[in-house]
Design a protein around this ligand. Structure first.
Ligand SMILES: *[C@@H]1O[C@H](CO)[C@@H](O)[C@H](O)[C@H]1NC(C)=O
Ligand SMILES: *[C@@H]1O[C@H](CO)[C@@H](O)[C@H](O)[C@H]1NC(C)=O
Ligand SMILES: *[C@@H]1O[C@H](CO)[C@@H](O)[C@H](O)[C@H]1NC(C)=O
Ligand SMILES: *[C@@H]1O[C@H](CO)[C@@H](O)[C@H](O)[C@H]1NC(C)=O
Ligand SMILES: [Zn+2]
Length: 484
């Protein structure tokens, strides 16, 4: 099928600068110049995106490349992908128990929107650049790939595209070229796993200081439910800046040094907090959440109590426990609150790229995104990513869960894509913890009603998951008690 498509399309290649390929074949299995044009993996089923240049395709046997794909889609691009923004827009996978009217809205919106994109009425604008050379740049989005539940489009760099334009259950990811580096073995993580973690009463004693009451009080600030905190933490809002200062102050009170790192104009910063290492500076351990949030379609209030106030409050309570117990880490440990997650993992992409460019070694990275909700009647759960992430990292989390939080039912989830993906793409050992061993079931997902005071929001589940992520940090970083 694809080979046929390739033949049909490739004659047009003379006009192309690049060819966009969406396929189920991963970057380890394509020629190296194609792998170097890797733009990440999205959707469910997973699809990888490549944007090789015409030069690259001319240098390889395209018949055998396309013949090796089980499925795929090609589009000829007459522009340099660096000069336009590429966006993946998808309908999220959610549990069938969620309101059919909402899922229907997402599907209807998606098909109407996609139909609008396929109708060619592209207004174009003549722009004059500095050398007074006339060039045209299409301001309307162009569609390059469309399936029943996902689309890939390109937009002029100057055109903002915001999650505010999307209904709930529809998410967007900005695509940029990511190095295809197979995740190298984290030797530190390997030695922790090889030692077969066993129950350690001193770890349990540290974990016992995690306080659900503190978590609830912190999340009520983050959602504004306490009447003091911001009403939105949307990446572009003042509320997010207020939250960033507050998070920084709380984590610094626990002995870390924090920095607010700006990554893109207009976005709230990442809050990156680091504890000093008593021993080796290599093998950093990073535990993160995203503090930005998203509200209902076109609506400003975005309390984000579950997504991701729960992951953020889990970070704060771990910070507090570190201080209360006087934990000193042997390797560097960072607690990071990302922004720009809802617009396409922008904050974490920038930070992971920075660490990679500085050749920072990371033993383990864990992203906590949505820890607070389980359907009434369901037991407390812990979901690990079925697709994106490192199995070794998931093994450690799962092993420690059985030791320190046996009350959690551990399983895998296809709910996809959070800030760990940015680290995974840079070749770091990363995983995610999620509230459910299954698809998203939170009826307030991406909704302005995502408060902590509702049925199903379970702060005990957040505490249980925090025990597991904190234990993973203790095991991976090594630790001792200081003189607090
Ligand atoms: C939960 O808190 C929100 C915001 O303060 C409020 O509007 C809502 O009525 C509360 N819901 C319940 C069930 O108390
Ligand atoms: C730090 O760890 C690395 C890798 O495990 C090791 O090669 C190095 O010798 C260590 N340095 C110190 C000062 O312990
Ligand atoms: C990056 O770090 C590794 C080991 O941590 C080292 O072998 C390598 O030479 C470093 N590369 C650069 C460019 O500093
Ligand atoms: C613990 O980790 C090992 C790999 O080191 C894995 O084989 C095993 O399934 C894990 N156990 C649990 C309960 O997750
Ligand atoms: Zn989230």
């Amino acid at each position: 099928m694809l080979a046929y498509l390739a033949l049909a399309v490739l004659p047009g290649l003379a006009l192309a600068q690049h060819v966009l390929i969406v396929t189920d074949t991963n970057a380890g299995e394509v020629p190296s110049c194609v792998a170097q044009s890797y733009h990440g993996t999205y959707g469910q089923p997973l699809r990888s995106v490549y944007v090789p240049s015409q030069e690259c395709l001319e240098s390889i046997n395209t018949d055998s490349l396309f013949g090796s794909f089980e499925s795929g889609h090609l589009d000829v691009l007459d522009f340099d992908p660096e000069g336009r923004q590429l966006l993946w827009v998808q309908v999220d996978q959610v549990d069938p128990s969620l309101l059919e009217s909402d899922t229907q809205l997402a599907n209807d919106w998606f098909s109407t929107w996609a139909m609008g994109l396929t109708t060619p009425n592209t207004p174009s604008l003549i722009l004059e650049d500095t050398e007074s050379v006339l060039r045209t740049q299409s301001l309307a989005p162009s569609l390059h790939y469309l399936s029943a539940d996902a689309a890939l489009l390109s937009l002029a760099l100057s055109v903002p595209f915001s999650d505010l334009d999307l209904p709930r259950y529809v998410s967007m990811y900005s695509l940029t070229r990511v190095p295809h580096s197979p995740v190298p073995f984290s030797t530190r993580l390997f030695s922790v796993l090889a030692a077969k973690p066993t129950f350690d009463p001193s770890v349990a004693s540290v974990l016992s200081t995690l306080s659900p009451a503190r978590m609830l009080s912190d999340v009520r600030y983050l959602t504004g439910e306490d009447g003091i905190g911001p009403l939105t933490r949307h990446s572009f809002s003042k509320g997010a800046l207020t939250a960033a200062d507050w998070i920084q102050e709380k984590i610094e009170a626990s002995g870390a040094t924090c920095e607010q790192k700006t990554f893109l104009p207009g976005f709230a910063p990442n809050v990156v907090c680091k504890y000093p290492a008593s021993g080796n500076e290599t093998d950093r351990v990073i535990l993160s959440a995203h503090y930005d949030s998203r509200g209902s379609f076109g609506s400003t209030p975005a309390p984000g109590g579950d997504d991701d106030g729960s992951g953020t409050t889990h970070l704060l309570s771990i910070a507090h426990a570190i201080q209360e117990k006087g934990v000193v880490f042997q390797r560097p440990v960072e607690l990071v609150a990302f922004a720009g997650e809802e617009q396409g993992l922008f904050g974490s992409k920038a930070y992971a790229r920075e660490l990679k460019s500085k050749n920072v070694s990371i033993a383990l990275m864990i992203q906590a995104d949505m820890l607070g909700y389980h359907a009434p009647g369901e037991p407390a759960q812990l979901g690990l990513p079925a697709t994106i992430g490192s199995p070794a990292a998931a093994f450690l989390v799962s092993n420690l869960s059985s030791l320190y939080a046996p009350e959690l039912i551990v399983g895998y989830t296809y709910a996809c894509c959070s800030d760990h993906q940015s680290f995974h793409e840079q070749g770091y050992t990363a995983t995610q913890v999620f509230e459910r061993a299954g698809p998203i079931a939170d009826p307030m997902y991406h909704n302005s009603g995502d408060f902590s005071n509702r049925t199903g929001y379970d702060v005990e589940q957040i505490r249980s998951i925090a025990k597991v992520t904190f234990a993973a940090v203790l095991y991976a970083a090594g630790w001792e008690l200081g003189d607090a």
